[in-house]
Design a protein around this ligand. Sequence first.
Ligand code: ATP
Ligand code: MG
Length: 400
Amino acid sequence: MQYHAFIIKYAEIGVKGKNRYVFEDALMKRIKFALARIEGEFEVTRTAGRIYVEARKYDFDETIAALQKVFGIIGICPAVSIERDGDGKLPDFDKLSQKVCEFMGAEYPDGKQSFKVQVRRVDKSYPLDSMELGAMLGADILAAHPDMTVDVHDPDVLLHVELREKINLYSRVIPGPGGMPLGTAGKAMLLLSGGIDSPVAGYMIAKRGVNLEAVYFNAPPYTSERAKQKVIDLAKTVSVYAGKIKLHIINFTDIQMYIYEKCPHDELTIIMRRYMMRIAEELATRADCMGLVTGESIGQVASQTMQSLACTDAAVKTMPVYRPLIAFDKQDIVDISIKIDAYETSILPYEDCCTIFVAKHPVTKPKVHIMEDHEKYLAEKIDELVQTALDTDEILEIEA
Ligand code: ATP
Ligand code: MG
């Protein structure tokens, strides 16, 4: 069926008053951005608290796929519009009824559904009121599609007939991704590795309307160009949903080697992680980010026991660390990774900077004060190494 518009449904809870405009403006901007990337002619408009995407010459599946990546949309309703007549009047009942019956036939070709007609008369000048119109249209649908039935309590199909500037007919609601439109919540710094978890963590935070920057700790020559490219590819995948991402690539090799040289090997991962957090915090501060984001989840590995997380957390002094996967099982994370198309990239078997020097038996119950004590072994050179790492930051602008 050729639809003329997509009516965008979004959650209105918490977006009252002035915030509502901020929310709607951001949502419209993101919708326009998503549709600018596909073929077709689209016009995104807002009337009376509704966002419409009017569409001409477009591919249905491609359009839905694009809209399903826009956070803030909870439903997409493909609609057929009936224009006003030449004299500016809405079409009379007979014409409307004919279109409604055609619509039901085209949308539900097997013709066996139960339905209810829901009329909304925004233009009150129409000669029939909502109740009358609903009843009369229902009768005509039954006559045209004899195997359909009316069910006003629990219909298979809720047919909306909305009398506005035009008359819109729609019944299907295709689910959107939910969440909040990007740009309504500030910015956060994602610690992005080549694994499964951190891209999912970034996706989830972006879904709440947060813009992302990202940082990857690279350890050449111990990690390869391919491992770095994998992270760039993952950043690109996340940016399909999260918009433009500035990706910092920090050369971590010297810091890692120095920790390896000076600190107990079973504490290497935790101490390394604490330096990653500190560097990420510095980058985040410079970029006006309001928090860090990691893909950690309790108990997943030795460096993610509650004790280890406490040590990692304690290294960050000025902002919260958001861990959206903290209580997720691996399989649940994998499911999201597959859904957002990151999984195939994430499982490519390239080495990670953390796996290179890992101890056979890393500490699982580190204590913050002991980590702080052992970091004193690094006093001589660590500040300089951190400074050099920050000074040689390679910045890439990633955009899907
Ligand atoms: P992931 O799948 O995200 O790599 P993981 O299960 O492998 O996670 P760890 O390697 O313990 O877990 O890393 C925990 C978190 O620390 C990651 O989710 C990520 O946010 C951050 N992290 C780890 N290594 C790096 C890195 N090289 N660069 C940037 N962030 C990293
Ligand atoms: Mg990892």
